[in-house]
Write a protein that binds this ligand. Structure first.
Ligand code: SF4
Length: 413
């Protein structure tokens, strides 16, 4: 979402300003994230670095709302995510030595806003936001404060934006929001209907569906499975569970159970052979006992998701969980280490079964060194030694690591 907002900021600014390199720029816009304290500190350090270089700094993104007191005096302007379309006003004021602050809540349908997609390294990937905000109130989450309540963008405008980027030659469309499965709750429509609409667009491309919370994915599960069965939709689901213990989930105010999560994953696995399953776990939530941690560990061990994004709990001022007594850092570190080792073992075990098999892949961008990154129809990452970005090819899986496969291009898919 942050990157999709950056595409909009780039688009809006390009109408009135020359976009330039850091060296030539008079004003630098930082489109910030504030999800954990480490990130907040990193961005504040960057602001100071840029100020020391004599740059004017306009801070956009989530930090202006999350940590206003900490940043207001060290920047030349503040603009919140739902005011990105007005960023030129803030930049002009900064150039005139005035500090403009745009933080009032604003409903803006970002799907219709002019944007310039990032073409870094000739990437074939375009990010399209489908909504902003959410209907959750998770006790650990600071994002809610920055992004507010759910606003789903117009399905027509989203489809227009997807058609536009497909016409521009992008081949992988990443649909993003804080909770894609909540899409349309405020508009009497659903993510499944939106996917069907996007799949009607002509062209050979793939859709990656971003993060879905279990309670909303389960609400539309059958329709979702139907929509995902379209060839254009990657067989990939990212469903954060956060904990394997229902009491901790209650304390987190997650509004779903472990069983809800398992039901969603099982339904996708039943319908799509090689579906790639990604989830998130927070370790060290203040009320997470040893026993509760081992429940998270056992859940991952038994369900064997392919990707587990592990975060150590970070108390964020302004959230309910901030008031709870934080666990010692060494406990979080130890639990994170255990889960990371398990995740690597599962990754090896899951990827082993692809060895020697042939798959259609889409080459999406440059990889490290002289390699290319491609994606199977299950969105599994296949690193190739040659290829052309944007092409669909046939590949033979020759090797693997815990988090990606290594393939050889055989020919056209
Ligand atoms: S669903 Fe929960 S974790 Fe996700 S953005 Fe909303 S409040 Fe935060």
């Amino acid at each position: 979402m942050n990157r999709a907002d950056t595409d909009i900021i780039r688009g809006v600014l390009s109408k009135e300003f020359k976009l330039s390199s850091l060296d030539d720029a008079e004003v630098v816009i930082i489109n910030s994230c504030g999800v954990v304290e480490y990130t907040e500190k990193k961005i504040i350090r960057r602001i100071i670095e840029l100020k020391n270089l004599g740059k004017k700094v306009v801070l956009a993104g989530c930090l202006p709302r999350i940590a206003r007191k900490k940043v207001e005096d060290i920047v030349d302007g503040l603009v919140s995510p739902d005011n990105v379309h007005k960023i030129c006003e803030v930049v002009k004021a900064a150039l005139n030595g005035e500090k403009k602050v745009l933080l009032q809540r604003n409903y803006v349908d970002k799907a219709g806003l002019y944007n310039i997609k990032c073409r870094l390294n000739n990437s074939a990937i375009a990010i399209v936001s489908i909504s902003e905000g959410c209907v959750g109130n998770c006790s650990f989450c600071i994002t809610k404060i920055a992004r507010g309540r759910l606003r789903s963008f117009s399905a027509e405008k989203i489809a227009e934006e997807v058609k536009d980027v497909v016409d521009q030659g992008f081949k992988e469309i990443q649909l993003t929001s804080q909770d894609t499965a909540a899409y349309g709750i405020d508009k009497q429509t659903t993510l499944a209907e939106l996917l069907e609409k996007i799949c009607e667009i002509d062209g050979e491309f793939r859709i990656r569906v971003g993060m879905m919370n279990p309670q909303h994915a389960i609400r539309i599960l059958d329709d979702l499975i139907n929509a995902f069965s379209n060839k254009k939709v990657y067989k990939f689901i990212h469903v954060p569970v956060q904990s394997g213990d229902n009491k901790v989930l209650k304390d987190m105010k997650r509004n779903h159970s472990v069983e809800d999560f398992v039901e969603v994953v099982s339904a996708f696995r039943k319908n799509f052979n090689d579906v790639l399953v990604s989830t998130d776990i927070i370790v060290g939530f203040p009320t997470e006992s040893d026993e509760a941690f081992w429940k998270s560990y056992e859940l991952i061990k038994n369900l064997k998701p392919d990707i587990v994004n592990i975060t150590r709990f970070s108390p964020r001022e302004g959230t309910l969980a901030y008031k709870l007594k934080d666990l010692p850092g060494w406990i979080k570190k130890e639990r994170s280490r255990k889960l990371t080792n398990l995740m690597r073992e599962i990754g090896i075990e899951n990827n082993k079964k692809f060895l020697g098999r042939k798959f259609n892949v889409l080459i999406t961008k440059r990889g490290k060194g002289n390699t290319f990154l491609s994606r199977m129809d299950s969105y599994r990452a296949v690193v190739l030694s040659d290829g052309k970005i944007g092409e669909f090819r046939k590949a033979l899986i020759e090797d693997f690591r815990f988090n990606y496969l290594i393939g050889k291009v055989l020919g056209q898919s």
